[in-house]
Design a protein around this ligand. Structure first.
Ligand code: SD4
Length: 331
């Protein structure tokens, strides 16, 4: 295949979570949800972008304690939102070019429900606000001031999200005064998370402060259904990290789920979605990164990115947790 000429295949492919003896023959019988008889074989699974160990462990604990996938992804993402050292999500996120930290998040449950908030200031746990939008309103998306007002009405406390470290970084960036929003490469930690619970149900969540020093009002893929996240409980889920504009232009997460519906493995689907970006005529992808993670209904996982500096975390089961893989996809 053409894309393999310039992108080396990931060294780690899908990891099944259903015991081999009870594997559903997904290739021949993709349309079917996991039958009740196999549900006892399903072990909780969590997969998340970047080195987000504590977030993944937290989500996994929710599942191991019998909680559902929706609670797991919400609780997992909250860990990164509260982590002030992570400068791409929640408190401590790098601000826009005006110095305001604005957060985007979305969540999807196993029934196909979706909630999102975009460009929210002063509220740290936007993933939980997104869940409230999904569950407590007839809408799917709230933006800016309206989203913040809604959060406060639900008991969320406003606080300053700009830490000293992020403020200093922004002030240094301003000295150059050129408009080149930055993806926090090599260490960036927008978190996209997918989970399967003991019932075999899938949910996903994605939360970010977006590109560092972006124009005020800029929103990327992370809170947009089908862009930064998509879940179809009959098929699987996918989530994205990296340059949101490129993810949105190819509707990446939706594409991956639809490719899995057509029979591709999560790994193949992630590779094809990256191929859609890098194979565009004249596309110079040297300067930006996009990475995807995916899981299918059978618990196989996949991940792929344009460049090698991408990692993800999988919690597979109690005996084998936090498998990490770095990629070697040299462009
Ligand atoms: C965005 N996808 O806003 C996000 C950026 C990202 O860590 O992943 N940053 O485009």
């Amino acid at each position: 295949m053409k894309r393999r000429n310039f992108i080396k295949k990931a060294s780690v492919t899908g990891l099944g979570l259903v015991a081999a003896s009870s594997l559903i023959s997904c290739k021949e019988d993709k349309e079917k949800a996991v039958p009740a008889s196999t549900k006892s074989a399903i072990k909780p699974l969590v997969i998340a972008t970047w080195k987000t160990d504590l977030a993944v462990e937290t989500a996994a604990k929710v599942l191991e304690d019998g909680g559902n996938a929706l609670d797991a992804v919400e609780q997992g993402c909250r860990i990164e939102e509260a982590n002030e050292k992570g400068q791409s999500v929640g408190k401590g996120g790098l601000p826009d070019r005006d110095g305001d930290v604005t957060l985007d998040a979305c969540i999807m449950d196993s029934k196909g429900n979706y909630g999102a908030v975009l460009g929210v200031k002063e509220i740290k746990h936007v993933i939980s606000v997104a869940r409230k939008v999904m569950e407590d309103t007839p809408h799917v998306m709230l933006v800016g001031e309206g989203a913040k007002k809604f959060a406060i009405s639900k008991g969320f406390e406003p606080e300053n999200l700009l830490t000293e470290a992020s403020k200093k970084a922004w002030e240094k960036w301003k000295e150059k005064s050129e408009y080149k929003p930055i993806i926090n490469i090599e260490n960036h930690d927008t978190i996209g998370m997918l989970a399967i619970d003991k019932n075999g149900d899938i949910s996903g969540a994605c939360t970010t402060s977006g590109l560092a020093y972006k124009m005020a009002g800029r929103v990327g893929d992370s809170p947009i259904i089908g862009g930064g996240l998509f879940v179809d409980n009959e098929v699987g889920g996918a989530s994205a990290t990296g340059l949101g504009e490129e993810v949105l232009k190819t509707v990446g997460s939706f594409l991956i789920v639809e490719l899995m519906r057509q029979g591709k493995s999560p790994q193949e689907a992630c590779e094809e979605a990256i191929g859609r970006i890098v194979n565009k005529p004249g596309k110079n992808f040297k300067d930006f990164q996009v990475g995807y993670i995916a899981v299918n209904k059978q618990g196989e996982t996949g991940a792929y990115s344009i460049h090698e500096w991408f990692s993800y975390n999988i919690y597979k089961n109690k005996e084998n947790k936090n498998i990490k893989s770095d990629f070697y996809n040299k462009a």
